[in-house]
Write a new protein. Structure first.
Length: 75
């Protein structure tokens, strides 16, 4: 594997990160609570893997989590 060190001129500019709004934080919390409940249902075999995937996709659409797409297996 070949590695190249980037000079400071090639680095991406530092953008000031904005804080999430209260609504975004609320959606993030609700998403994680819904996903945790969904995982329990799947572990208890009360829903199939296909149902799990479909509901998880709907959760991501409804709550639009900031971190959700980073931690989920399916887009």
């Amino acid at each position: 594997m070949r590695m190249t060190q980037l000079s400071p001129n090639h680095q991406t500019p530092n953008h000031k990160q904005s804080k999430p709004t209260k609504e975004q934080l609320k959606n993030e919390l609700n998403f994680h609570l819904a996903e945790k409940t969904l995982m329990i249902l799947r572990e208890e075999e009360l829903i199939s893997q296909e149902e799990f995937n479909q509901i998880s996709k709907l959760n991501r659409q409804k709550f639009n989590p900031l971190l959700g797409p980073l931690i989920c297996d399916k887009p």
